[in-house]
Structures are given as C-alpha cells and as structure tokens.
Design a protein around this ligand. Structure first.
Ligand SMILES: Cc1cc2nc3c(=O)[nH]c(=O)nc-3n(C[C@H](O)[C@H](O)[C@H](O)COP(=O)(O)O)c2cc1C
Length: 242
C-alpha cells in the first residue's frame, strides 16, 4: 500500500545535495526513504538555502505573534514543517550534536510557539504550538567514531524536541563508524536494515526497537576502527605512520 502521508526530510549534512560530494547521512536517509516509499516527499537542504540564525528579537512572540521578523527561506521551510505529517531530521553528529544547518532551522522554528507557558502531561514547562498538528518525527544520523554512544547527545536532544514540538517519536536510525560507508560491502547488511526500518515505519508509524538496535550495533571495536582509519588519514596528511 502506498505511504500517502506528507513527508518532509531535512537533509542536514553540509555535504548533502551535491553530485560531487558523498554524504553518508544522506545515503542512510535515502535508504530509509526508499523503505517508506512515500507518495508525497519533499526534501530540503538547509545549507543550500538562505536561512539566518535566530536573532532572539522576540518579534515572533510579542510584536507579530507567530511570524518571524527575518524574511528568508525559512518562511517556506517553516510552512512545510508545520504542514507535514512526518518530519525526518537527518544530521551527522557534529561535536556531539546536530549540525549547524539543522540547529539553525530548529532555532528558527521558535516562531511556531506561543509564549505562554503550559505544563505538559508530566508537569514540565513547555510552549504550545500556535498551529498544533499530529506529526511523527524520525531522527536519521551518522557519526565518525565507532561507538554508538556518540549518538547519546543527539538522541537526547531529538527526544526533547519531540516533546517541545509535540511530535510522536517514529524512531531513530543511527549508524556509527561512518568511514565503513566507504569500505565496499562493509555495511551492506546495515543498508538492508535501514530500508527495513523504512518499511516498518510506513506500516506502523514506528521503527521497531529490534531494528533500531541492529542498525546502531557496533560492528568494529574502537581499536580496530582506529587501525583501519588512521593509515588512510596519514596518507591524506602525507604522514608516514600513525
Ligand atoms: C565539524 C565536524 C564535527 C564532527 N563531530 C563528530 C563527533 O563529535 N563525533 C563523531 O563521532 N563524529 C563527528 N564527526 C564525523 C561525522 O559525524 C561523520 O563523518 C558523519 O558520518 C558525516 O556525515 P556526512 O557524510 O553526511 O557529512 C564530525 C565531523 C565534522 C565535519
């Protein structure tokens, strides 16, 4: 059955969306999307758009509620985020968190919230969305190091965001040891699992925890990874040994 919900994917690696650069995060994102097979998909590359930082001028709260004072491409993207059924945030781990393009988009979504503070089901302080809508979010991320705990911060941030935006959590597709993406066939099994995750999501609105765990599973020890990657880096730096 076709997946007819409106899907928006935010491809947040600065390497994504260019024909001459390989973004590993985008590869994983595309496999996940292939598994979903959505009828309505819009993919955005925030680093290729004109999107400034939030200036914290608070106009969107107190001067023109719900409307950002900055006139740039975020207008389009905000509209798409507000009107999508499914939001896929794809980001490489950058200094333990989201990439700057994704973080900038998130900050600029501030105008989606009413300043008045409410207490959510757990009693926690939140801002209500001006235009609430039932939405599901999925995190797709890759990182350079081999351990899956390198996703701890981005994953925690994602779960907090889901509370802020009142998004249902649809799953987290996290692939460590990104360099293995350049080793032929090393990640073939993982790629199949990522597509499976997409199919599960299309079917149930949720990726099973068994599939998420297998995708994030470490296939190489930190020591083996270092031994695999460092000679390559040494060559790039014209150094002879580790
Ligand atoms: C600015 C920068 C910061 C990074 N920080 C981390 C990090 O904290 N932890 C990590 O495991 N990898 C880190 N990496 C590696 C990337 O997460 C990894 O190579 C990722 O797969 C890149 O995805 P892409 O090919 O889609 O850009 C960093 C890379 C860059 C460029």
């Amino acid at each position: 059955m076709p997946f007819s919900k409106k899907v928006i994917a935010i491809s947040g690696s600065p390497r994504s969306g260019f024909s001459n650069r390989n973004s590993f995060t985008e590869k994983i994102l595309d496999l996940f999307i292939e598994g979903i097979d959505p009828v309505h998909l819009k993919k955005y590359y925030p680093h290729q758009m004109k999107i400034s930082y939030c200036k914290a001028c608070m106009s969107c709260w107190f001067k023109t509620p719900g409307q950002c004072a900055i006139d740039d491409d975020m207008k389009t993207l905000k509209f798409e985020i507000e009107n999508a059924d499914v939001i896929i945030l794809a980001s490489p781990v950058y200094v333990s968190g989201f990439s700057a393009p994704v973080k900038t988009v998130l900050d600029r979504c501030f105008s989606m919230f009413d300043p008045l503070i409410i207490n959510d089901k757990e009693g926690h302080c939140r801002h209500k969305r001006f235009k609430p809508r039932e939405q599901i979010a999925v995190l797709v991320s890759t990182c350079g190091f081999s351990e899956k705990d390198n996703f701890d911060q981005i994953s925690n941030h994602f779960r907090a965001l889901c509370k802020d935006f009142a998004w249902e959590i649809g799953g987290e597709v996290l692939v460590p040891a990104g360099a293995l993406g350049f080793v032929r066939d090393a990640y073939q099994k993982k790629y199949e699992l990522v597509k499976k995750a997409g199919r599960e999501f299309a079917l149930n609105g949720l990726v099973s925890s068994a599939t998420m765990q297998k995708i994030a599973e470490e296939v190489i020890t930190p020591n083996e990874y270092r031994q695999l990657v460092n000679p390559f880096f040494n060559r790039l730096m014209n150094r002879s040994s580790e």
